[in-house]
Write a protein that binds this ligand. Structure first.
Ligand SMILES: [Zn+2]
Length: 290
């Protein structure tokens, strides 16, 4: 049955409402975090992420990690886990719902239910100048899931093994000593570091274009809890043409970890607690009503 469409224009002209206003979220104190960066930490580790491959690394709470482009334009796919409980993972979808399709300085990466707390805060971004281009594109998206061999097989029938999903699976398996089939279950939707993406205006499809990242550019994070990070140097390279193949020119990425010095003063910052919802889900109300 076709419903009455006579008031179509009236409906279309209703202004949108932001689904999740974030005014009630405590805003990270960037000035304080930058002071911690200057005074509280020292370099602990650096590692190279080889092209079309991934590595994991640990960052203690109160530490920082920096992802840097070093040899040529390259996109990175980032996963985060709570180092003490890898069931608590980065929640790309809720981060998108709270902050928007692309993240920037001062915004936070949130964890999955039932934890839903900040895992990391972006403290510095040398691509912040890019803004939003005439196609609606921007950098560092939480839209794309990660390139993966299943979608590739679905669309092309191929068997490709260096997608970010597989790279992260191998890296987590090696880092945590998990069988690959178990590690795969912990790999999740990513933050697309340096990737330039958006949605087409006419069809609403996810698009990518050449990343503006150049050697020397970096994205730096403050670690709100003890973290394991996983970073894949995407087989799409700068993601200007295609991924899920060996066609694109790819480059390594550099990860540097900065850990707290012994006795460092973090006052008044405290690590975020897990979410305060009581997890009863109305079950107690159901019991009362029968
Ligand atoms: Zn990828």
């Amino acid at each position: 049955m076709i419903t009455d469409q006579s008031d179509r224009k009236v409906h279309q002209q209703i202004p949108p409402t932001i689904c999740y206003p974030v005014e009630t979220l405590p805003a990270p104190d960037l000035k304080l975090l930058k002071q911690f960066r200057a005074e509280n930490v020292e370099k602990y580790e650096e590692l190279l992420i080889p092209p079309r491959d991934a590595r994991c690394f640990s960052v203690p709470k109160g530490g920082f990690f920096r992802i840097t482009s070093i040899e040529g334009p390259q996109v990175g796919d980032l996963n985060l886990w709570n180092a003490d409980n890898i069931n608590e993972k980065f929640y790309s979808g809720k981060t998108r719902a709270l902050h928007g399709t692309h993240v920037c300085e001062g915004q936070q990466l949130w964890s999955t239910f039932p934890y839903l707390r900040p895992m990391a805060t972006i403290v510095e971004d040398t691509l912040s100048w890019y803004g939003v281009d005439c196609y609606g594109g921007s950098v560092h998206d939480v839209i794309g899931t990660r390139c993966d061999p299943y979608t590739n097989n679905l669309l092309s029938g191929g068997q490709y093994h260096q997608c970010c999903h597989s790279n992260l699976t191998r890296a987590l398996s090696a880092y945590c000593g998990l069988p690959p089939e178990e590690a795969e279950c912990y790999v999740h939707d990513v933050l697309n570091v340096f990737m330039c993406t958006g949605f087409t205006r006419n069809t609403g499809q996810y698009f990518m274009k050449a990343s503006p990242v150049r050697p020397g550019d970096y994205l730096e994070f403050f670690s709100e809890i003890d973290l394991i990070g996983g970073l894949s140097a995407c087989p799409g390279g700068d993601c200007s043409s295609e991924h899920s193949s060996d066609t694109a020119k790819c480059f390594p990425l550099l990860v540097e970890v900065f850990a707290p010095k012994i006795g460092a003063n973090y006052s008044p910052w405290v690590p975020p607690a897990v979410n305060g919802y009581d997890k009863t889900h109305g079950l107690d109300l159901v019991q009362l009503s029968v």
